[in-house]
Design a protein around this ligand. Structure first.
Ligand code: FES
Ligand code: FE2
Length: 340
């Protein structure tokens, strides 16, 4: 099993209307993404076969992509439909076919898969609550100057919140938090107990009734995190982040924030967008600084019991990087207590 076997988001569906072409990079592979004649998303290697111009600099004509340099025209399946310099007598075009990648559209995202014949067919992550009535949604995109592992660790890291997001997300109270942490089948799950009203200036909004908070975090191989807060029956907040590896040092994160706040749900999108982006802006800074230091000094971390969640995430990411199947790792379960 390898990283290329999985599906990665390349765009929100709304970013790819018919007739547009997007330039994207996934795992170092450059892609030109557009919709073919049937309206289906298509991803071609972003390199014209003729003289290597980027196809994403070209234009879409009736579902075919024309290179900006000498006008070669590509169909959605990667075959060359026309070479303008050959005039009316188009030569034999057999063999004129560029690299094309599998694509699909699900839950408002467009996905690409780089492996032609993946060892395991692992479908894209299904978004919780998608299609259920009563939920509001906000989507964000952010580019982190760090790798996927450090991004996903940040998104499910509780101890950093009091330092990176003081007051906004959580206030320092030295509150003890008990967590059970499991690793099973390529998934790390953390269930927290003992959290109450320690939510900073989110509290008036997230939990005005001071209900007991159910909080769980999950990591799904290779790149998805879920954060779930539930405060009573009609106050649920789900954050699903898909961390797409652009290169070894750059990650494009697609965040889907879904919320059910009862009757106020239709009105709160601007607040959710503003507050969530404010939190992410702070993470962008610390992760850029961490990434810069890792590039300078290399890896190697010091761990405490509160870092078990990170160690388990790293075990899954390391297995994938080594071409192994993380689902074969033995199941693990830990109970830890820490302070935040
Ligand atoms: S480089 Fe694309 S047509 Fe020449
Ligand atoms: Fe954070």
């Amino acid at each position: 099993m390898k990283l290329e076997d999985f599906w990665y988001v390349v765009a929100e569906a709304r970013e790819l209307p018919v007739g547009t072409v997007l330039a994207r990079t996934v795992l170092g592979e450059r892609l030109a993404v557009f919709r073919d004649a049937a309206g289906q998303p298509t991803a071609l290697r972003d390199r014209c076969m003729h003289r290597a111009a980027p196809l994403s600099a070209g234009r879409v004509e009736a579902g075919q992509l024309r290179c900006a340099y000498h006008g070669w025209l590509y169909r959605g399946d990667g075959t060359v439909a026309q070479v303008p310099a050959e005039g009316p007598e188009q030569r034999e075009v057999a063999g004129r076919c560029t690299r094309r990648y599998a694509t699909l559209e699900q839950h408002g995202y467009v996905y690409v898969r780089l492996a032609e014949a993946p060892e395991v067919d692992h479908p894209p992550h299904a978004l919780p609550s998608w299609g259920e009535p009563g939920w509001g949604r906000v989507r964000l995109q952010n580019r982190f100057a760090n790798n996927v592992t450090n991004c996903v660790e940040n998104f499910i890291d509780v101890p950093h919140t009091v330092f990176v997001h003081p007051g906004i997300f959580r206030s320092t109270r030295g509150q003890s938090i008990e967590a059970t942490i499991t690793r099973e089948h390529g998934v790390v799950t953390v269930n927290y107990a003992g959290e109450t009203d320690n939510l900073g200036w989110f509290a008036w909004f997230l939990n005005p009734g001071k209900q007991p908070i159910e909080h769980s975090d999950q990591f799904f191989m290779p790149n998805v995190t879920h954060v779930r807060y539930a405060m009573g029956p009609r106050r649920t907040f789900l954050i699903t982040s898909q961390s797409v590896p652009v290169t070894d040092t750059e990650t494009l994160v697609y965040t889907d924030l879904a919320y059910d706040y009862g009757w106020v749900t239709p009105f709160v999108a601007p607040i959710i967008r503003f507050q969530s982006q404010a939190v992410i802006d702070q993470d962008l800074v610390i992760l850029r600084q961490q990434g810069d230091n890792l590039a300078h000094y290399g890896g190697g971390f010091a761990n405490t019991p509160a870092d078990i969640v990170h160690v388990l995430v790293e075990s899954i990411r390391d297995a994938l990087a080594a071409g192994e199947d993380p689902r074969q790792l033995p199941a693990r379960s830990h109970s830890v207590k820490f302070y935040a």
